[in-house]
Ligand binder design. Structure first.
Ligand code: ADP
Length: 251
């Protein structure tokens, strides 16, 4: 079994909670990238975050993941109040509880596939569970490739390595920033199908920024942003409905 059953989890309900979160980037103009955002992400759910360019999607992801701090408001991540954590404790929480998948796969080419997958655990000071890492690689269809170098793999395979890396530490939540942005349509679908499976079969919690309505349709819910504010929330999205909503937001 990939993740513990829901009932064995230390806490249930929302893995990430944002309460009245605002983020103002300092500087002459003082951009209000997030404006009073309150939302949460439930354990075992798959959420897509959408909105026009500059609407605050990346900022939301960074604040929710503890990569950046809000100017005001509260972020709770895996039951911990991010604002109350000083470095290096925040980094430790992030490394232990959060997995990331980016558009650029961000793999270390000097390391093997298996070494890449266990790297976050090493950084977190956890002794890597190699058997488990192999099983995760198996699940993403990379059995037998654990000793390959990322450069020897296709783009889709490299993103599968990144997925395995995100999953291998059994994180409380996985954040994706356009994880299919660099992939062709068919390969992107395979990656989305894997994310969907991790949610359905193992109660993984995924929050994914995307601009693609077809990608968002794989999620359970879509959260829309416009000018740093929440601009709607949709459950059981279809690509058509999402695309229509996006057109309304960019008008
Ligand atoms: P999105 O991901 O939806 O494109 P972002 O979160 O990247 O939106 O940006 C939201 C707003 O904040 C934009 O106006 C952007 O220019 C601004 N912004 C983002 N990052 C910074 C930064 N580091 N410094 C100043 N302004 C920023």
């Amino acid at each position: 079994m990939m993740f513990r059953r829901k009932s064995q989890r230390p806490h249930t309900g929302d893995v990430v909670e944002l309460t009245e979160v605002s983020k103002i980037y300092p500087g002459r103009t003082g951009v209000r990238a997030l404006d009073d955002v309150t939302t949460s992400f439930a354990r075992g759910s798959f959420t897509a975050v959408m909105g026009p360019s500059g609407s605050g999607k990346s900022t939301l992801l960074h604040c929710a993941a503890g990569l950046d701090r809000p100017t005001s408001g509260r972020v709770s991540l895996a039951g911990k109040d991010v604002g109350a954590l000083r470095e290096p404790k925040l980094t430790t929480v992030r490394r232990r509880h959060v997995g990331f998948v980016f558009q650029a796969f961000n793999l270390v080419d000097a390391l093997t596939v298996l070494e890449n997958v266990v790297l976050p655990q090493r950084f977190a000071g956890v002794s890597p569970d190699r058997d488990w890492a192999r099983e995760v690689l198996d699940r993403v269809g990379l059995r037998g490739r654990e000793h390959a170098r990322p450069g020897q793999l296709s783009g889709g395979q490299q993103q599968r390595v990144a997925l395995a890396r995100a999953l291998a530490a059994r994180p409380e939540v996985i954040f994706g920033d356009e994880p299919t942005g660099a992939l062709d349509l068919a390969t992107g679908r395979e990656v989305l199908g894997l994310l969907r499976r991790f949610v359905d079969e193992f109660a993984a919690t995924i929050v994914m920024v995307t601009h693609d309505p077809a990608a968002a349709a794989w999620a359970d819910r879509v959260v829309f942003l416009a000018d740093g504010r929440l601009a709607g929330d949709l459950t059981a999205p279809t690509a058509d409905v999402v695309a229509t909503r996006m057109t309304e937001l960019t008008r």
